[in-house]
Design a protein around this ligand. Structure first.
Ligand code: ZN
Length: 530
């Protein structure tokens, strides 16, 4: 009998290149949830996990066989172009807001018809954050009202003390801000951006079906700041003054004395998509019930508007690279189990608002109190080549920061701080639903100190990617996979961190006083709260 080849547990650039080239090829049709591209993608992932010897990680199916797929029901709201949109003002001012020009709406309920009205209240950033002694809702009742809020969180230039200084805090996260106003009884939320550009609310017109109710907020939308300026009461001063006041402590929400009646129609459709889940059971009977969850999203942007004759949005870097690294790690760990169980979670609908990860946290096969940590693989800049530093996001929040430090030293890497702190990337990836449910989590990433090239080169490449390829048909293997030695280094680094977390006696925990701190025993009861 032949023994195993001695290097069967090595992760090679050849393996990563082969997988990434295939997984991001046009054959997968841009990996869009609910399409044939999904069936091909999930079929491929399951077959790989099976071949490595993982166990199916999703809940048992009705006929008693264990499954690899967690169904995720998604509600998609398409605009009904045939029906008119109404935004009528009454009270101190009467007239209309111009739909599509001054105001946009997305339906947040199940019913195709939205018809509601309420007084407009400017709530500043719309944040209640006791730990930062900040409450935009002090003295205001939002029941039956329509809130107008600013995107993001208060910032005063040069102030490094407010919230996290430049680093975006969890209180800036849009979904949570809307949920807070839902709890306070608002019937609608309109977003403004101080620079005058409002984002079309299209991206938030997709929801996890189980989250959607018809008795809460009825719509979410955007309002231009010039429209807000003309709605302000005469004595409240200029919009500019009001926006400045919203950045400072002591800001008070401002009822505008104007009612807005909203009426529009959409076409809601249900899409069934799937998370793919495989598990490597732990070897230590006292620790095996706990899981380290590694995650990467399989979804991309599908087939869409052609750019330079190419209509397939391949998602090679985002997040084919993370999936590729995860597959290599699944192969290695299946052959080499650890004390804790390892769960490999390939999420759907990350690009729709972290919906697959949220479904796993909320209703997945592993209760959150048994998840020791989440390591999320969604970065891709390692495709530029090897680095001298690692820069995982979230290291300042939990004891995982110490683990990162240890593993980095062993791997000959320095640990760098978040190179783009104002972007709030920790909040914008699948690690976030885990963190907000109380599970210590990291956004795994290498840094920007590249071997053999300057920081300027890296910054220029990052800029080029974000402007040219990000969420575009040109995010494909030939464009982005420049030097997979960096991907190999990244996979090895994640492997080191996973091994450490999976074997340490103590599970990771949040650092006291941090934004996500929550005693472990509370995790179970709060995991689904939005
Ligand atoms: Zn991504």
């Amino acid at each position: 009998m032949l023994g195993q080849a001695p290097d069967s547990l090595a992760i090679t650039t050849r393996e990563l290149a082969a997988r990434l080239r295939f997984f991001s090829s046009d054959l997968f049709e841009g990996r869009y949830p609910g399409t044939r591209g999904e069936a091909l993608t999930t079929g491929y992932l399951v077959s790989e996990l099976q071949s490595f010897g993982l166990r199916p990680g999703a809940a048992s199916t009705a006929n008693g066989t264990a499954g690899w797929l967690q169904p995720v029901q998604l509600l998609v709201q398409r605009p009904d172009s045939g029906s008119p949109v109404e935004a009528r003002l009454t009270g101190r001012i009467s007239g209309q807001l111009a739909p599509g020009k001054e105001v946009t709406f997305a339906n947040t309920g199940r019913s195709p018809n939205v018809s509601t009205a309420g007084e407009l209240v400017f709530v500043g950033y719309g944040i209640d954050a006791p730990m930062y002694r900040w409450n935009d809702f002090a003295g205001i009742n939002l029941r039956g009202k329509i809130a107008i809020m600013i995107f993001g969180e208060p910032t005063v230039e040069g102030d490094t003390l407010r919230f996290n200084g430049v680093r975006a805090s969890r209180f800036s996260w849009l979904t949570d801000k809307v949920a807070e106003m839902d709890r306070r009884g608002a019937v609608g939320v309109l977003l403004i951006r101080p620079d005058g550009s409002f984002q079309s609310p299209f991206r938030v017109s997709r929801y996890l079906a189980s989250d959607v109710r018809d008795d809460g907020i009825r719509f979410f939308g955007g309002l231009t700041d010039s429209a807000l300026a003309r709605l302000l009461p005469p004595k409240s001063g200029s919009l500019e003054k009001l926006l400045k006041a919203a950045d400072r402590p002591g800001f008070r929400s401002l009822p505008l004395g104007v009612n807005l009646a909203v009426r529009f129609r959409t076409e809601p459709t249900l899409v069934t998509s799937h998370n793919v889940i495989g598990t490597v059971p732990g070897t230590d009977s006292s620790l095996a019930s706990q899981h380290v969850v590694l995650s990467a999203h399989w979804d991309a942007y599908g087939i869409g508007k052609p750019v330079k004759g190419d209509s397939i949005y391949n998602g090679a870097l985002d997040d084919g690279s993370g999936v590729t690294a995860m597959l290599a790690l699944a192969r290695v760990f299946a052959a080499h189990p650890q004390r804790r169980s390892l769960t490999f979670l390939f999420t759907t609908a990350e690009e729709w608002g972290l919906l697959g990860a949220h479904a796993f946290v909320c209703a997945g096969p592993v209760p959150m109190e048994r998840v020791a940590a989440n390591l999320n693989l969604d970065d891709g800049l390692e495709l530029l080549g090897p680095k001298r530093d690692a820069a995982p996001l979230g290291v300042e929040l939990s004891t995982l920061g110490q683990t990162i430090q240890q593993v980095a030293v062993k791997s000959g890497l320095r640990v760098s701080p978040d190179p783009y702190p104002a972007e709030g990337y920790f909040l914008r990836a699948d690690n976030y639903p885990f963190a907000r449910a109380g599970v210590p989590a990291l956004y795994m990433a290498l840094g920007t100190d590249a071997v053999g090239s300057s920081r300027q080169y890296v910054d220029a490449k990052v800029k080029e990617y974000l402007e040219r390829d990000y969420h575009q048909p040109s995010d494909e293997y030939e464009t982005v996979a420049l030097n997979l030695e960096g991907s190999r280094q990244y996979a090895e680094f994640v492997r080191g961190v996973t091994t450490t977390v999976a074997n340490e006696e103590r599970a990771p925990s949040w650092l006291p006083g941090g934004e996500f701190e929550r005693p472990r025993k509370q995790v179970a009861t709060t995991r689904c709260a939005r």
